[in-house]
Design a protein around this ligand. Sequence first.
Ligand code: FAD
Length: 351
Amino acid sequence: MRTVQVDIAIAGAGIAGLWLANLLLGRGFDVAVCERSKIGGTQTLASQGLIHGGVKYALGGTATHAFEAVSDMPRRWRACLEGAGEIDLRGVRVISERYYLWSPDAPGARLAGFLASRLLHGRVERLSPSEYPQPFTGQAGTMYRLDDFVIDVAGLVRRLAAPLQGRIFPMAVEPEGLVMRHATVCAFESPDIRVEAERFVLAAGAGNEKLASAAGAEAHMRKLPLKQVLVRSSDPEPIFAHCIPGMRAEPALTITTLPGYHYLGGALASDGAKRSDVDQIDAARQELAQALPWIDWSNRTFDTLSIDRAEPEGPRLEGVFVETHENVLIAWPGKLTLAPGLGDRALRALA
Ligand SMILES: Cc1cc2nc3c(=O)[nH]c(=O)nc-3n(C[C@H](O)[C@H](O)[C@H](O)COP(=O)(O)OP(=O)(O)OC[C@H]3O[C@@H](n4cnc5c(N)ncnc54)[C@H](O)[C@@H]3O)c2cc1C
């Protein structure tokens, strides 16, 4: 069996594990990342790549705690993308510099007032119809431009993995593979490899709960099932928008476009988890017809993608979850967007 000795061993190579590994490597720590399947993780590679300041959580008309936790994140990400942040993300492609809020109707007075409030000053801008981007040009409806953007998640994963060459080990860290000595973890062990370290980080997304419990910590998790929808067409006109028919407090559709398909999330995906694939595709067609009725959706191929979001239990979207137990740190970012906040908290906890 091969033995590797490092300062800090990390379980999971999603955004949490990769971000923390880069941060720690940059501070001179010797790190190893153990990943049981694909680099880029389960949720990370399935995400919509939206780096946002939380406006969508405030659509109810008040600034929640979650809104405050994420509001500075787009600025932090932009600094990284320009090579002036805590992690050098130069070269990662921004797929869309802008994100939009779109409603085919007029927003309610309360919501319109909130979107125009001082709190959102400079981060939300109401557009006049002459400013609507394609494919909204010439349409009747209401549009706001948000200070959010969309990144190429696959490119982000490649960029974060590059400095970690030779440090990412294909290895499932099973609960029984946590080698304990006097109530502290001293190694991750599989039949082929043993990774010994001073400190351990559990950044295994849905795998975290079992690992935390094996390490003697309590970290209760919940899974939020989603059924995302992919609308394939040969050359889709890009759409980057939350669609809010009637300007409800939650986007019915959150649309990002990748080469060959539109990727639909939002309430459609959370409400659709219980639907059959056929019913979910019908629901997607209805939502699209309501939100973007001038586009012909009939000749597209629809697919679904079922995936769980894994989050710590507790009030939803309260920000990142970082807890320490002996020499183990348990980390859940809650959102791709929150990776810089996760880094701050983890560094403080490891100090
Ligand atoms: C459909 C969808 C869309 C989303 N869109 C957005 C968005 O647009 N913007 C945003 O900010 N957030 C978004 N999110 C949330 C965001 O993607 C997640 O919060 C984030 O990616 C979680 O990262 P993670 O590293 O904790 O988990 P993951 O990405 O799931 O990574 C965990 C890794 O740990 C590995 N692992 C698990 N168990 C073990 C084990 N025992 N041993 C070794 N490895 C193990 C897994 O294989 C996986 O690679 C979205 C989530 C989903 C599901």
